[in-house]
Design a protein around this ligand. Structure first.
Ligand SMILES: [Zn+2]
Length: 495
């Protein structure tokens, strides 16, 4: 018996349909237009999605650069395949905008209605709106925008695709809080028993929803597929370090000024904290003063507290709204010998107004600074006058100029020039350094605010240029450049 061409085509089609029912990879091939390919990142993604369908993974995060076809697979092909295998399940797809989510819903519906669709699942004729439709088998799909209600609908497969709209939203702590509250209180509460959650998107900020999940207590229960545009070490799809990803479209260039290094690092590398190029760099924070008491052993410099020009100052950043969940307040204590600037102490906390005041007074009494600088903001006024009146704290309200970034940028040369000296060891030091290095992408910017304020005031102080003095034993007090020191020593020996 021989087959006609028509019979052969029909047989091949049938075989592909049978395979597609059991394999998402084959299903994607079957349902996609000619020219569809499955590069390494797509194969990795399909492998993850198949494990999710088998419930081997129930929480997954997918981070890939823009235009690497992650949405096509996760939010369009995968739900259509899922509903083929589980026709009575409900799928929820959410995105920053309802329109975007609805577009995914429409595409899933079109796939199910396609003549190539290899499953028995069928659409209900009376319930087929793109953003909310049902199958005749009792399942369905609902598309929602972040922030909108989802009551009365439970999800077996829940997809949060691109929860952040863009840079402006990503930089707003208020928007980040709203999105997170919605994710926890609306989205997650719709999860059915044994349901699965997939969160995917472009990274915008270290505190975006993916960032918050990764920093949450349950982070360990999430499977993370992170494929940066440029491979690093231990690449999840086996690339060599430096190898780039095969994506659709043109990738903007940092060198040509088409994207900032911060933007590229977030969007294309899924690393919202730039490795370098930040306002404050880690390599500028290597000068240390001794805190162990044995500078001969540790090799760090001694604090020049005995020198004539030694002065201690404090700078404070008062959170706009007090209480947990709002801006923390921070107080930094710095010392200077007129040249170098030493970070002596740092305190920050999300506490109530009355507690801020008592902490500030404690810090004031502990360090006895010449002056405490505070940003002269309206919400700081009551605290400033209270401190002056009740506690005798010498507070100087400083009017702010420019935004946080320009203020930080203006003082960063102090770091770059090696004039900022940190303690050898302090409990607050790791967080303080992280907040500076990660600025402006960091979650907290109050440490940087205290630094900007402090260094701008130290810079503005006239007559603070350091004179190297010799004490009666002929030793040099304080810290000066080697060259200056040598000159003064010559003079001293001559005289
Ligand atoms: Zn030491």
């Amino acid at each position: 018996m021989t087959m006609t061409d028509t019979e052969r085509v029909a047989l091949v089609r049938m075989a592909r349909q049978v395979l597609s029912r059991g394999s998402l990879g084959d299903f994607c091939q079957l349902m996609s237009v000619a020219g569809y390919q499955q590069p390494a990142q797509v194969l990795a993604l399909i492998g993850l999605l198949e494990r999710i369908e088998r419930r081997e993974v129930t929480r997954a995060i997918v981070e890939m650069p823009p235009r690497s076809s992650k949405s096509t697979h996760v939010s369009r092909l995968f739900p259509a395949w899922w509903l083929g295998r589980h026709a009575s399940d409900n799928v929820i797809i959410a995105s920053y905008g309802e329109e975007l989510a609805t577009g995914h819903g429409r595409e899933v519906r079109n796939l199910i209605e396609s003549p190539d669709y290899p499953f028995e699942t069928t659409m209900r004729a009376d319930s087929r709106a793109a953003g909310r439709w049902q199958t005749e088998q009792g399942g369905g799909l609902i598309a929602a925008g972040v922030g909108t209600g989802l009551t009365g609908f439970g999800g077996h497969l829940m997809i949060l695709d691109d929860p952040v709209k863009g840079r402006e939203e990503a930089e707003s702590v208020l928007t980040r809080d709203h999105t997170w509250a919605w994710y926890q209180e609306v989205f997650l509460t719709r999860l059915q028993k044994n349901g699965v959650v997939v969160v995917l998107g472009t990274r915008w900020h270290e505190d975006d929803p993916i960032g918050r999940i990764l920093n949450s207590k349950g982070a360990d229960s999430w499977e993370r597929l992170r494929i940066p545009y440029i491979a690093g070490v231990a690449d999840q799809i086996g690339r060599q370090p430096g190898e780039v990803l095969d994506v659709f479209g043109e990738v903007p260039s940092v060198e040509r000024g088409e994207i900032s290094s911060y933007g590229f690092s977030a969007l294309y590398q899924q690393s919202p904290t730039p490795a370098s190029g930040g306002v404050f760099r880690k390599e500028w924070m290597t000068r240390r003063y001794c805190t162990c008491g044995r500078p001969q052993v540790c090799g760090n410099m001694e604090l020049p507290t005995k020198t004539a020009r030694w002065n201690v100052f404090q700078s404070m950043d008062i959170g706009g709204k007090q209480g947990v969940g709002h801006d923390p307040s921070a107080l930094a204590t710095w010392g200077t010998d007129g040249i170098s600037k030493f970070v002596l102490d740092y305190w920050s906390s999300q506490v109530e107004y009355s507690d801020v005041k008592s902490h500030v007074v404690t810090q004031w009494r502990k360090w006895r600074p010449r002056m405490m600088y505070v940003e002269d903001a309206t919400w700081a006024q009551p605290l400033i006058s209270d401190l002056r009146r009740e506690s005798g704290v010498r507070v100087h309200g400083v009017p702010t100029r420019g935004n946080k970034w320009t203020r930080a940028d203006a003082v960063s040369p102090e770091f770059e020039g090696g004039r900022v000296v940190l303690p050898e060891d302090a409990t607050w030091l790791p967080d303080w350094m992280h907040d500076h290095v990660a600025f402006p992408a960091a979650t907290h910017d109050e440490a940087v605010d205290t630094t900007s304020l402090m260094l701008s005031q130290m810079k503005d102080q006239p007559g603070r240029t350091r004179m190297v003095r010799l004490n009666d034993k002929g030793a040099v007090d304080g810290i000066a450049s080697v060259e200056k020191m040598r000159l003064r020593m010559k003079e001293f020996l001559r005289g």
